[in-house]
Write a protein that binds this ligand. Structure first.
Ligand code: SF4
Length: 355
């Protein structure tokens, strides 16, 4: 049994029904797994030897092994992890003055095939399990504690699910991972500090709104269906109108807005008309727009919008009463920025410096 993939409820059932232990052992075990991020049963010194033996025989903690660490000049660190079946995934740590954010992956590769994104070129290899999603957070908490000398068990303050993969395409595991990450007996992240980004799997947006309470971000990146379908195949199934309808009926908590991510690509979606169309499209939805100057990837053929043009674009949105912000690119020099995560490890494992 992959015990770190179980919600507290499911773990309680396993502990009582499968191991024949008293119920209070479950939260004890859960705290070891998800508050302390234990990687072996031997660390769990307040569990009896007999119970640890039983756990070793009937359960396992599946490791995520650090394979590569790359540090950007801006403080961003990209981690590459090796899964037990030899796959590679990446997470990106972004420290700032007021927060420490981790960008988390939910799949090995991605099926969505957005043409501007390196991960999209890989295709989907497999979904990550809930424990592999959560293990990225535990592992980076350990790294940050070690590197920055924190006493607290959870130095990370914010999580964004914008790494490799489409989170809503792996919804069940995402949901379990969120329940663990938000649990008081686990890392106890607030719903206000977790954002999940989707390209627009419309039926899943509704479920996401009903079954979780964390923040929603939509990766929009175009102002017409023609444009969007060219770069984001998902748009051929659910077009902009269907996506925005789902946003209009999304159950937003009071004071909350939906974030729209808009990657600015030179000469493709950064004209004045695009900004004006966006204003019209987003009418009636409480939104915040993050403008992300495109991070160029060799071979994909897209170019970044310059700073001046990005500012002009932002100003048009602001004039149209749309709150828009230009997002500072993090980790560009280590290919750790938006759209740059790619599993070069799938073909190059071991070719780069091991850490
Ligand atoms: S942008 Fe996101 S959804 Fe699109 S291919 Fe890349 S990882 Fe997948």
């Amino acid at each position: 049994m992959d015990v770190a993939s179980l919600s507290l409820e499911a773990l309680s059932r396993f502990v009582t029904e499968e191991l024949g232990e008293r119920a209070f052992r479950a939260p004890q075990l859960y705290r070891w797994l998800h508050q302390r991020g234990a990687t072996s049963f031997d660390e769990m010194t307040d569990l009896s030897k007999a119970l640890r033996e039983k756990l070793r025989a009937r359960a396992e903690i599946i490791p995520l092994v650090k394979d590569l660490e790359q540090r950007s000049i801006d403080g961003t660190i990209k981690y590459r992890w090796k899964t037990r079946d030899g796959r590679f995934i990446e997470s990106v740590y972004m420290p700032a003055e007021d927060r420490r954010t981790l960008c988390v992956s939910t799949q090995v590769g991605c099926a969505m095939a957005c043409s501007f994104c390196m991960t999209g070129t890989m295709g989907l290899k497999r979904n990550l399990t809930a424990s592999e999603i959560v293990a990225q957070v535990h592992a980076v908490n350990r790294e940050v504690r070690k590197n920055e000398g924190h006493e607290t068990l959870r130095p990370l303050s914010n999580l964004v699910f914008m790494g490799m993969g489409e989170p809503l395409h792996n919804f069940e595991n995402l949901k379990t991972a969120l329940a663990i990450l938000q649990s008081q007996d686990g890392p106890n992240f607030s719903h206000r500090h977790i954002t999940v980004s989707t390209v627009g799997l419309v039926p899943m947006i509704e479920r996401f709104g009903k079954e979780t309470d964390v923040k929603l971000a939509i990766s929009l990146n175009a102002s017409t269906d023609e444009q969007r379908s060219k770069t984001m195949p998902v748009n051929r199934k659910w077009n902009i109108a269907a996506l925005l309808d789902a946003c209009r009926t999304f159950p937003l908590r009071q004071g909350r807005r939906i974030t729209f991510e808009y990657v600015l690509i030179k000469g493709f979606n950064d004209a004045d008309e695009d900004a004006h169309r966006l204003i019209e499209l987003l009418k009636g939805i409480p939104v915040k727009v993050n403008l992300i100057p495109y991070n160029e990837n060799p071979g994909l053929g897209f170019h970044t919008t310059g700073e001046e043009r990005a500012e002009e674009f932002r100003a048009i949105l602001a004039d149209g009463h749309v709150a828009a912000y230009i997002r500072r690119n993090r980790g560009r020099d280590i290919a750790g920025a938006c759209g740059q995560l790619a599993n070069r490890g799938e073909t190059q494992a071991g070719a780069e410096t091991q850490t």
